[in-house]
Design a binder for this molecule. Structure first.
Ligand code: MRU
Length: 352
């Protein structure tokens, strides 16, 4: 199941509308760069590698729509599209990385005509999406060695195929271990406020036939303290050069609980999520989302907060590298000190 694919008949980028799950699996065709930017901002598509891939196809759509008759005019249109897409969400570096990567690949190939540049932008977007899936499978293979038959794993947010083009990153590790015949049980953090865990992780685990239970985010420490958890697994939206990890809000508290209870804490991501230009987590921009996402929930038909309540809604937090046992990338399992290992994995592991 591909979360993002090119539909030549549109042309359009075809995505699974993640807001409709788990109730229904609905595909949406995004046929302009504006549609793509809007789908990212509204979280119709979400998850760092998926955002990157859909943005790359967004550039191909911008190129298709461009009436430029010269290469400089086409690059002006692409630069405008890049700014629009990049402004859709700030934290996941995969978005900026994908836009930069695709544009650089095409300019370096020195296309001879506008038509050749347009074709090349689409081919590079397709290649980027395929490469993400290949990276995920390697992450799964490397990470599966960290899990033993009979383990109970706690997982935060959603890192499955929907979030990572296909297969998944942290969830890909669980999937790979399951495919190897290891019997695992997953405690699924519901992941307030948008409930990516309860809605999407539980749905994917159900599709894969992997044993799981949904827990409230606040229950994670309780299960760790009782010795019921063997590992904590999360993804990442941006990893700083020193190994600090920005990921879904609540990841930091989970890492603190894991550290206090001697539970190994792993973050899994492709090297397209590493930002070597951010020296540490303090320089990673954290998205603030509308207060409505926190307040608009009802229990027994009643709103959960008094009318007029205010709320804060940071979408991500930063887990300092000291709390992380290992980072899992397509290049392998990286152990502290993370700085040199991340540098090597990112600079050597990526396609030219
Ligand atoms: O706000 P979201 O749902 O896009 O946040 C997603 C996460 O935090 C994921 O854990 C991360 O992007 C890794 S996806 C493989």
């Amino acid at each position: 199941m591909r979360a993002v694919e090119w539909n030549p008949a549109g042309p359009a980028v075809r995505v699974i509308d993640q807001r409709r799950l788990p109730s229904s699996v609905e595909h949406v065709d995004l046929s302009s760069v504006q549609d793509v930017a809007q789908a990212i901002a509204a979280m119709t598509v979400r998850g760092a590698p998926t955002i990157g891939a859909v943005a790359a196809f967004g550039l191909a759509l911008a190129a298709h729509a461009s009436d430029a008759s010269s290469l400089p005019a086409l690059w002006d249109d692409i630069a405008r599209a890049t700014r629009l897409l990049q402004s859709a969400r700030p934290t996941a570096i995969n978005l900026a990385w994908a836009l930069d990567h695709v544009t650089r690949q095409v300019t370096q190939s020195q296309p001879a005509s506008v038509a050749a540049a347009k074709a090349s932008l689409l081919a590079e977007a397709q290649r980027l999406a395929d490469d993400e899936v290949a990276r995920n499978r390697k992450i799964g293979q490397h990470g599966a060695a960290l899990l033993a038959d009979g383990d109970t794993v706690i997982h935060h947010c959603h890192t499955g195929g929907l979030a990572a083009v296909d297969y998944g990153t942290a969830l890909g590790i669980i999937r790979a271990a399951h495919e190897q015949g290891k019997r695992l049980h997953v405690l699924v953090d519901e992941t307030r406020p948008r409930l990516q865990g309860a809605r999407l992780t539980a749905w994917e685990l159900q599709q894969l036939g992997i044993s799981h239970e949904i827990i409230t985010d606040g229950a994670a420490g309780h299960f760790m303290r009782r010795g019921e958890v063997h590992a904590a697994l999360v993804g990442a939206d941006r990893v700083a050069a020193n190994g600090d990890v920005a990921n879904k809000i609540g990841t930091y508290m989970l890492a603190l609980a894991a550290s206090a209870n001697h539970v190994p804490f792993y973050s899994a991501f492709p090297t397209s999520t590493v930002d070597l230009e951010c020296p540490d987590g303090a320089s990673i921009p954290i998205e603030e989302r509308p207060a409505d996402e926190v307040l608009h929930l009802s229990i027994d038909g009643q709103p959960i907060a008094p009318a007029g309540s205010r709320a804060r809604n940071p979408a991500f937090d930063v887990t300092p590298h000291e709390l992380i046992t290992a980072l899992v990338t397509e290049a392998g399992v990286l152990r502290p000190p993370f700085g040199p290992a991340l540098r090597q994995a990112t600079l050597e592991g990526m396609p030219a």
